[in-house]
Design a protein around this ligand. Structure first.
Ligand SMILES: [Zn+2]
Length: 393
């Protein structure tokens, strides 16, 4: 069977990282509209946050100095803000509402059929006449789509993202810094200085203990939305590792069923490490190259507990924890128990702000028909990816 849309290697839209539906208003730029090649648009909702921001306010947590965006329609009036990093509550008076991001939408891809999984697409909303929406493509024509434990299932199998796709979809959970240390050392073999964890001597352990005890699928952008939250099962650690000769650092993930996933790095000098537990698979990448992966037949039984064990002189700079998009259908009463099978030409699209997005999960028809597509965003006007190497892909 020939599909009008074909899968292609995903484009790396540097600034594009996540999913779902956002209403968009057309900017008045008749010339481009007449040409029909690109459309200038502005994001008007938060269903694609944190990848694409609609109208929002910027807030700074007084407890940990974390700066985050809150959707303009999610600003708490009588309640305090909750910091997504340290989880402390605080009151603040934002100064101004910032407009949603602007972007160009490329229509040429529709003619060439170059739309693939994880691409962000702009289209006419199936259930809101006259409104444009923007979401991320999860399912392609002919595929069976379902979700389990936050993961995307395609034709009954968990969809495992490549390292590049993981980097595109990941959402920042915590950046280790002076103001907020979420990694805790067992003993004084470790100390935090110059924005890095530094170790010397015998093997000792540094464990990740997120504020509140668990990383959830919550986003700082949704301050007033009432909804269930889930423990994010798919975590990722990134760090710049500096090892003195003879030193080692072991990356550890402890699972609730007793399994322990570990990998050790012993190459002296500086390396960039990605330790990922996305999509029921443990993965280690060094300097952008995957050096080890171990799939799991089942979902993680609970949130993996992350730690590193260092021996000798070790420095961990830029230590950050991320999570994967957590897909679910819980608030959606239209979701069929058997999942959804897409017909020829149908796409399955979901917003990156999974918790609040209305999309293929909520529409009566589920599938996005191809004739409703407008195009694929090229980049934000102020931050054009046309200047970046990624644009040539
Ligand atoms: Zn905070």
């Amino acid at each position: 069977m020939q599909h009008p849309l074909r899968t292609k290697p995903p484009a790396a839209y540097g600034w594009l990282r996540t999913i779902v539906v956002v209403a968009i208003a057309l900017l008045a730029s008749e010339s481009f509209v007449v040409l029909g090649i690109v459309k200038p648009l502005r994001i008007e909702g938060s269903s694609m946050a944190p990848t694409l921001l609609g109208p929002h306010v910027k807030v700074v947590c007084p407890h940990c100095d974390h700066r985050f965006a809150v959707a303009a329609d999610q600003v708490p009036e009588f309640r305090p803000y909750v910091c997504p990093d340290c989880r402390e509550k605080f009151h603040a008076t934002p100064t101004e509402v910032k407009l949603g991001q602007r972007m160009w939408v490329n229509r040429i891809c529709l003619a060439t059929g170059d739309i693939g999984r994880w691409d962000v697409v702009v289209f006419r909303c199936p259930e809101r006449a006259g409104t444009l929406c923007i979401k991320r493509v999860l399912g392609l024509p002919g595929e069976h789509v379902d979700f389990s434990s936050g993961d995307l299932l395609i034709n009954g199998q968990v969809l495992r993202k490549s390292l590049k796709e993981q980097m595109r979809l990941r959402q920042l959970v915590h950046r280790e810094r002076e103001e907020l240390a979420a990694w805790h050392a067992d003993d004084d073999g470790w100390h935090f200085a110059d924005n890095a964890w530094q170790h010397g001597g015998e093997a000792t352990r540094l464990a990740f203990q997120p504020a509140g005890g668990t990383v959830t699928d919550d986003l700082g952008i949704n301050q007033t939305a009432t909804r269930p939250t889930y423990a994010a099962l798919d975590l990722m650690v990134t760090t710049n590792v500096h090892l003195a000769p003879g030193a080692t650092v072991e990356f550890v993930a402890q699972l609730a069923d007793g399994r322990v996933l570990t990998q050790t790095i012993d190459r002296p000098g500086e390396t960039q490490v990605v330790w990922s537990l996305f999509d029921r698979q443990a993965l280690l990448a060094v300097d952008g190259r995957v050096v080890w992966r171990e799939p799991s037949a089942s979902a993680w039984p609970d949130q993996p507990r992350l730690a590193v064990v260092a021996t000798g002189i070790v420095k961990l700079g830029e230590l950050q924890v991320w999570r994967d998009a957590y897909y679910h259908t819980r608030p959606v009463d239209r979701w069929p128990l058997a999942g959804v099978t897409l017909g020829p030409g149908g796409l399955f699209v979901v917003g990156d702000n999974v918790a609040i997005s209305e999309d293929s999960r909520t529409w009566a028809s589920h599938a996005l028909r191809q004739e409703l597509l407008i195009g694929v965003p090229l980049g934000e006007l102020r931050d054009s990816r046309l200047d970046s190497p990624a644009a040539s892909e």
